[in-house]
Design a protein around this ligand. Structure first.
Ligand code: NI
Length: 270
């Protein structure tokens, strides 16, 4: 089954034509996990999942937003409770070292303070995921010079005893990928695989065990070829499957089946 394991139909980008976009998802007979980045977009993701049976939701506070609002555990716990089982994961959460400067400039914080704040919020997500038997959707992004985001994510997950989740839009190296998979994590691949020229993702996809890979759009961002430059949407995730099929020397149907089963298993989708 075609499953987009990470999309943001809950974002402003779809405010004018959401029902058309949803219609195209239904046409594909696919499932979609809409992911929150703050409390309001988490609530929207839950409401989408309550309205549309083929949608599920993940709720959390993105590391780039940890100074825009407080992560209030009770509010997220209440959201899980009221969601009738339609919340399947906590996140996205993790470390983002690419946008550190925003917090540094806007909020007058030091690098250490921002990293410590992201770690605190990340840990709170892990605790809620464990208490509610949910998966984790982890966001990582290295800085232009600071390439330690994935190492720090690995260390924190290991220290906190987390083993169920996905490192979404994977952007680390092969060595780090091996450690995440060893820990039990899945890796999520986006439209970047269709235009990445570095060869790193191809190397990782060649290596990754089939039962550990997921496909995703991260829509509205990261639009795959042949739609580069346009707004992304879940139905385009099949282009990610096509590229992975090519790299792994499988049929696209097989990749859709494998990644769909992986998502169903990880998130306990019904
Ligand atoms: Ni995302």
């Amino acid at each position: 089954m075609l499953i987009d394991s990470h999309a943001h139909l809950n974002f402003e980008a779809y405010k004018d034509d959401l029902s058309e976009v949803i219609g195209r998802c239904l046409q594909e007979k696919m499932k979609v996990i809409n992911v929150g980045a703050a409390y309001d977009t988490s609530l929207k993701a839950v409401n989408l999942a309550l309205a549309e049976p083929s949608f599920h939701s993940s709720i959390g506070l993105h590391p780039i937003h940890v100074y825009d609002e407080e992560f209030i555990v009770e509010n997220f716990q209440d959201l899980i409770k009221s969601s009738k089982g339609r919340v399947v994961a906590m996140g996205e959460t993790g470390f983002d070292y690419f946008h550190l400067w925003q917090a540094l400039e806007k909020h007058d914080k030091s690098v250490e303070e921002v990293k410590a704040k992201q770690a605190k919020v990340f840990k709170a997500h892990i605790k809620l995921a464990k208490e509610n038997n949910l998966a984790l959707i982890v966001h990582g992004r290295n800085g232009k010079e600071d390439k330690t985001a994935y190492q720090d994510i690995y260390k924190l997950l290991k220290d906190e005893g987390a083993s169920r989740g996905v490192i979404h839009c994977y952007g680390g190296n092969l060595e780090e990928a091996k450690k995440f998979v060893e820990l039990g994590f899945y890796l999520g691949f986006t439209g970047i695989v269709t235009f990445d020229k570095t060869g790193v993702l191809e190397e990782i996809i060649k290596w990754i065990p089939e039962d550990k890979m997921l496909i995703e759009t991260d829509a509205p961002y990261l639009t795959p070829v042949p739609y580069r430059g346009k707004r992304n949407e879940p139905s385009y995730v099949k282009h990610v499957a096509e590229k992975i099929a090519e790299i792994k020397n499988k049929s696209v149907e097989e990749i859709i089946e494998i990644t769909g089963n992986n998502a169903i298993k990880l998130f306990g989708l019904k």
